[in-house]
Design a protein around this ligand. Sequence first.
Ligand code: MN
Length: 493
Amino acid sequence: MSELKNLEFWFVVGSQTLYGEEVLEIVAKRAREMAETLTNSPFIPCKVVYKVTGKSPDEILQVMKEANYSDNCAGIITWMHTFSPSKMWINGLALLQKPYLHLHTQYNRNIPNTEIDMDFMNLNQAAHGDREHGFIGARMRIPRKIVVGYWRDEKVQKEIGSWMRSAVGYKVSKNLKVMRFGDNMRNVAVTEGDKVETQIKLGWQVNTWTVGELADEIEKVTPEEIDRLVREYESKYILNTDKTESVRYQAREEIAIKRMLDREGASAFSNTFEDLWGMEQLPGLATQHLMEMGYGYGGEGDWKTAAMVHIVKKMTEGIPGGTTFMEDYTYDLEPGKELSLGAHMLEVCPSVAADKPRIEVHPLGIGNRKDPARLVFEGHEGPGIVISLIDMGGRVRLIVQDVEAIKPIYPMPNLPVARIMWKAMPDLLTGAHCWILAGGAHHTVFTYAATAEMMEDWADMMEIEFVHITKNTTVEALKHDLFLSDLAWKLRS
Ligand code: MN
């Protein structure tokens, strides 16, 4: 949590000079108290800093400019304690480049029956002022989150906290570098995408480094460095193999990959089994441990999923449950109890494990290399979501589906990889139908920690299309939505 607590959200309160100094002093004092209370809330991951009571176009313009240029400021929260004429906000909001939340609340919870008079009415008129403020947001078509309710309430604080995490995702996205080792898997369509358009829209810098350079880096790793990392593996996982050379080679690969990522300031990477030039094993355990440390990963050159794994991990820092790269593999089609089995060749993040993962070494039929060490485990039970970002040509679409992970109904003793079993919403057959209709990939981010709302808010901030498949989704309704959405996005992009 410590890293998130350094990020600030600026509380910008609206008013005007009409009310006189005394009223404005009360407004500022209360705004400060509210910011402190929100900062200290267990549901708010970052700092809320009261900045200014906006009373003039210049003051508002100034604070928006500062917000844009402050690296610590991850977004702004506005609230109109009194009436703040919204034409004063136009020039500032037009420049704002940070996520924006409009908090519709008021300082007092109840109307003070006997004390209420016109002075009280003039001071406490958010119901009035926030409507004027809402209009200008709508009129200017600015992406914004609206949270409504009493500021001391858990529900309101949780909503603000969740939106802050989306804003963290925005910040991470705008600074993200993805390192590609090798290209996308030959002939695969869904892992492709327009990297220039993606950088314009999402900020990601996606570039390639040669596998040969990685192979050289792997050679440079020393036995002492390998010893140290293998000891770390042994402290975290159960060593269930006597093929220690294979485990040591994974440590060697991990150190080399991490070194190259850190050198370039990259936090996500992709590779492909079709290009392992100079490498003895496909990185398995190495990639799994890197993901556990927070790096994003996508297999078969899938840089979009790699980036999303990292973004979701950063958004959900401190929330238990885990987040991993995942792939839909196969189904259990027992009527009425249909289930998905997800896994990957090797690379599932141990942050989602139900129990201590086992390090094992098994042959890998793909990639024509030596038997790789990998972590084998079952994913834990609980609600989650799967996330897929696809390139629709000219724009990207973010697809999220609600799922319920269960304890796998079969032990599957001969399956040598980590696995998760889940029920897709609304049920597997309808859910898969919807997923395929929307064009969702076989690769996903599987997360127990992020919510669909968090991802929707993130998509709004990034100004990209969002599709959500829930327990209430029907094929008919989704088909209609996708048709309209396609038209709307063609106009927008
Ligand atoms: Mn794959």
